[in-house]
Design a protein around this ligand. Structure first.
Ligand SMILES: [Fe+2]
Length: 218
């Protein structure tokens, strides 16, 4: 299923060496924003399931899992009153939220990993048609792992409760993802997501997030 060659060789020892650093970041982040950390953990579970179904190697799947666990770590640099704001963000506020990708990259690059955990995180809001951020990448110039993470992220963001609405039902969100497949989201990753959700239903915890689905921050 995976059509692209592995862009790196993630050896087992390098992966194991990285786990404590990622776990430490996640643990620290949990004290500041447990809602986002729970979102990251659920997103990682779904991203791994998608990656496995698409035929990612075990090492690439583990890199994807590590990136997913901390993909929103950059939100530590976004003021809490913006992250927690009920309702729609203003354009300037949304511009600030968008900086979380670059902040996350800036933090994660210090892990000095020999595989693209920081880059996957940087790219998780890119869209196939180039309408995403921060760089407006398109198509296969977006790492496959980032395309997978993006699908898992959007699914979890849309099915999670917000401060002003309940999460959308999974079957509705799967329909939305299919509508975005091939245009905004990787169609194979959407199909794999659909398969996993329909065969392994996830119980949605009663959590709240302050950003609108249309802003799709995840
Ligand atoms: Fe994000």
């Amino acid at each position: 299923m995976v059509s692209e060659g592995a862009p790196y060789c993630a050896d087992t020892r390098a992966l194991e060496a990285m786990r404590p650093g990622v776990a430490m970041l996640s643990a620290a982040h949990r004290y500041q924003d447990s809602i986002t950390v729970k979102h990251q953990d659920r997103t990682a579970e779904l991203a791994v399931a998608i990656g496995v179904r698409l035929g990612l190697s075990p090492s690439r799947t583990e890199v994807l899992r590590l990136a997913a666990i901390v993909h929103d770590i950059g939100k530590i640099g976004v003021p809490a009153d913006i992250l927690r704001k009920p309702g729609t963000l203003s354009e300037p506020e949304y511009a600030i939220v968008k900086t979380h990708c670059a902040i996350g990259h800036d933090v994660l690059q210090h892990l000095q990993a020999p595989f693209p955990v920081a880059e996957i995180t940087l790219q998780h809001h890119e869209r196939l048609d180039g309408s995403g951020y921060p760089r407006g990448l398109s198509g296969e110039s977006i790492l496959l792992e980032a395309r997978i993470l993006c699908v898992a992220d959007v699914f979890d963001a849309m099915t999670s409760n917000r401060s002003y609405r309940a999460g959308f039902p999974a079957d509705f969100v799967l329909g939305e993802l299919q509508a975005m497949g091939g245009r905004l989201l990787d169609a194979d990753a959407v199909d794999a997501c659909r398969h996993y959700i329909l065969t392994e239903p996830i119980v949605r915890p009663d959590t709240f997030d302050s950003v609108t689905a249309s802003q799709s921050v995840g």
